[in-house]
Structures are given as C-alpha cells and as structure tokens.
Design a protein around this ligand. Structure first.
Ligand code: ATP
Length: 257
C-alpha cells in the first residue's frame, strides 16, 4: 500500500494571474482563498479548461500545500484498498495543513452507488464511503479544503453534493473569444512575441478550443521557430527572432489536426 507524499506539492507558484478568461469565477475563488473555510468545491467543465490549474492557483494564492490525485487511482481491485488510500491522503493533508486536496475526475469514484454491478462496484462503494467520511471530518475547521473536478456532475452520488460536502459547484465553460485571447496572452508572457502580434486574430481562428489547446499553440509556434533555426547564439546569449501572428496561426492549424 503506497503512501501519498508523491502527490504533495509545497510552495505552489501558480497564481490567479496564470489562469485566464475566468471572468466572474475569479471573484468566487478569491473569496474561498480569503476565508479558507469551505469544505468542498466542485469544478465542473470539459477537459482542458484549466480546472487543475485553478485548483493549484487556489493553493498558490492561499500559500498552502497542494495534494492532488486522480480519483481513478483510488479505485483498486481489492476491496478496501481505495478506502485506505483516501484515508492516507487525508491524513497527509491534515499533517500538512493548511492544504488543498485536489481530486481529479471525481466521477471515477463518485458515480452514484449501486450503478455498477459485481465486486468492482463493491470496492468503489467502499472508497466513496470513505471519501464521504473524510470530507465530513473537516466540517467547520477550514484547514483542509477539497477541490474536485468532473465533467459529469450529473452522475455524481447525491450524498457527495450534500451541504458540508461538495455543496459548491463552479462551472468552467470553454472560453469565448475574449477568454481565448487572454489565455493566449498568458502563455505568450514567457515567449519572445512580436509587439504587434494580433491575439484577437488568433482567438477568432480558434473557436471551440480550450486552454490546454491554446497553450499548445504557443508551444508549437516556439518549437517551430527553434526547428527552423530562427534563433542565433551570440556568446552564450541567445537572440530570438520574435513570434508573429502567422507563426501562431500556423501552429493553430497543426493543433487542430
Ligand atoms: P482535465 O479535466 O483534462 O484534467 P483541466 O480542466 O484540469 O483538464 P488543466 O489540466 O488545468 O485542465 O489544463 C492544462 C493546461 O492548459 C494548463 O496547465 C495550462 O497550461 C493550460 N490552460 C488551461 N486552461 C487555461 C486557462 N484558463 N488559462 C491559462 N492556461 C490554461
């Protein structure tokens, strides 16, 4: 039975400014950071919109430790193993409080009980029960908050979303035009971008894309620039050519494929 510290991250340096296109959601999250009293928050939304990044930013802004695990890692073949993992995780979180526990893909374990037949279902139910017990253990104490992500809030066991558990749902939709522009700009911060780069043009060409894909576009453009030899080394200092609107548009086409 493995211990959990490999999921612990101290000194998280992600901040809200690293997560773009949040709009009003940001205010809600700032409140959570300020009071740090809430038991459970459910981040709902499609893959790649920045749920993990956001959970990390909450820990980074609050200056607390961050534990993350994917719920699918809880579920084991042997009955009781998942439950003991949940217990160990919360023990660690408590020992390292204040902390944020982030559970990715909550639906993997939080699906309504009894829907799965056979022994796999039994293990999953035991794991879910332990998670409920662990969530309740922090009631009103505000030293460990749990943030979970799912793109299927509709299939979660009703017990999970009861008051005091994951009673706060925050929906993170795919970014709109302005959101996409802001996400591209966040990822451009650490890259050599042309000053006149038309982020709006790239945002208009990437309708339907999420943050993970937009981040990828900036990466691809930078990699293409290196591959083309568009950097020069002058004594140990590299002088970069600047990335242009065209570079990003080309990268967007590659990402789309
Ligand atoms: P999944 O459900 O697939 O785990 P997710 O919603 O948790 O997806 P993240 O893993 O947080 O998405 O996003 C992957 C990467 O995409 C982030 O590390 C970040 O680089 C980029 N990204 C996603 N959304 C945003 C955003 N709103 N602002 C800035 N970067 C973003």
């Amino acid at each position: 039975n493995r211990r959990m510290p490999e999921y612990l991250e101290r000194g998280v340096d992600v901040k809200f400014t690293d997560v773009a296109g949040l709009g009003k959601i940001r205010l809600e999250l700032e409140e959570i950071v300020k009071f740090f009293t809430h038991g459970g928050i459910l981040l709902c939304g499609p893959p790649g919109v920045g749920k993990t990044l956001l959970a990390k930013a909450v820990a980074g802004e609050a200056g607390v430790n961050f534990f993350s695990i994917s719920a699918s890692q809880f579920v084991e073949i042997y009955v009781g193993v998942g439950a003991s993992r949940v217990r160990a995780l919360y023990q660690e979180a408590r020992d390292n409080a204040p902390s944020v526990v982030f559970i990715d893909e909550l639906d993997a374990v939080g699906r309504e009980r009894g829907l799965i037949k056979g022994s796999g279902g039994q293990e999953r139910d035991a794991t879910l029960n332990q998670l409920l017990v662990s969530l309740d253990g922090f009631e009103g104490r505000g030293e460990v908050i749990t943030i979970a992500s799912t793109n299927r809030p509709d299939i979660l066991d009703p017990a999970l979303v009861r008051p005091g558990r994951f009673d706060r749902k925050i929906f993170i939709p795919k970014p709109g035009l302005i959101g996409r522009m802001e996400i591209l700009q966040v990822h451009a911060r650490k890259k050599p971008m042309a000053e006149d780069l038309d982020y709006m043009a790239v945002a208009s060409m990437t309708d339907g894309m999420v943050g993970a894909e937009l981040a990828n576009i900036v990466e691809i453009a930078a990699i293409n620039m290196m591959r083309d030899g568009r950097t020069e080394m002058i004594v140990s200092r590299s002088i970069w050519f600047l990335l242009t609107t065209d570079d990003l548009l080309q990268a967007a086409q590659i990402e789309e494929r």
